[in-house]
Ligand binder design. Structure first.
Ligand code: HH2
Length: 266
């Protein structure tokens, strides 16, 4: 069995492919499955190690979609790419995950960290898929209303440790799991910064850490700019330098280049 850190060595770039009408930065862009498939192939050419396909927006304020709707969005894309491009499925639904894994996806990226669908852990355990467990305070509809922590870093670390224990108890080998602080999921600008600043606390849990800062609104709050490319690259490099293994980004080529240089200097 290949451990996640061997399949996705540090640093690996995860390209974001949202097949949704309403994702906060690329909603509607990839609704045509041929366009989405071409974008995914391009990400791999540009150096992405894996492409994360999502059919449900989790942006602040969003409502959920049905299983049928989510499948209708992602299956045509998976059918065009499965086996050709390393794929991750961004879903909290067991049926969507199972369908994606059958069509060649290798990783389940669950922003609910196995708290959403009681059947998801079994699907991951039975298929031997990789898994990303992400921290979120609250739920997408309301999570940015009033995020509160006494110490954001220790609370996120405690949560991820508990979810890791849960996943392992459900039969998912620890070597298959990575952890994610969930940038922007029930967090203020300062919470997000503190989580990356003190990433060592999450790394101490002993699993690779994934960070997804790309194009998030807290970057816009810091820079005041609508163009979030430079801000996103800086966040990815800062996270990498503090030990992150996987960087989830929309702009693959410039991030890969930045990480190549940062890695060479390190
Ligand atoms: N962020 C988003 C979605 N999925 N998964 C992980 N593991 N980590 C993240 O930080 C993360 C995630 C939100 O970003 P995006 O996919 O661009 O938007 P939307 O949820 O609106 O589709």
């Amino acid at each position: 069995m290949t451990a996640l850190e061997d399949r996705l060595p540090r640093p690996s770039v995860m390209g974001v492919l949202n097949v949704t009408p309403d994702s906060f930065s690329d909603g509607g862009v990839h609704l045509d499955p041929d366009v989405a498939a071409a974008a995914a192939r391009r990400m791999v050419e540009d150096g992405a190690a894996i492409v994360d396909v999502g059919g449900e927006s989790t942006r602040p304020g969003s409502d959920g979609v049905s299983v049928e709707e989510e499948l209708a969005r992602v299956v045509p894309v998976l059918e065009r790419l499965g086996g050709e491009v390393p794929l991750s499925i961004d879903t909290a639904k067991a049926e969507v995950a199972r369908t994606a894994l059958e069509r060649g996806a290798i990783l389940v990226n669950d922003v609910t960290a196995l708290r959403g669908d009681p059947d998801l852990a079994g699907v991951v355990a039975d298929t031997g898929a990789y898994l990303c467990l992400m921290h979120m305070q609250g739920e997408p509809r309301t999570m940015q209303d009033e995020p509160r922590y006494t110490d954001v870093v220790s609370e996120v670390a405690g949560f991820l440790e508990e979810r890791l224990t849960f996943a392992v108890a459900a039969g998912i080998p620890e070597e298959r799991i990575c952890l994610d602080p969930g940038i922007g999921f029930g967090k203020t600008v300062e919470h997000n910064l503190e989580l990356v600043r003190r990433l060592d606390v999450l790394l101490a849990l002993g699993r690779p850490v994934l960070v997804g800062y790309s194009r998030k609104s807290s970057l816009k709050k810091l820079t005041g700019s609508d163009d979030l490319l430079g801000a996103s690259i800086a966040a990815a490099v800062a996270a990498f330098e503090r030990g992150a293994s996987i960087l989830r980004v929309h702009d693959v080529k410039p991030t890969v280049d930045a990480l190549t240089v940062a890695g060479a200097i390190a």
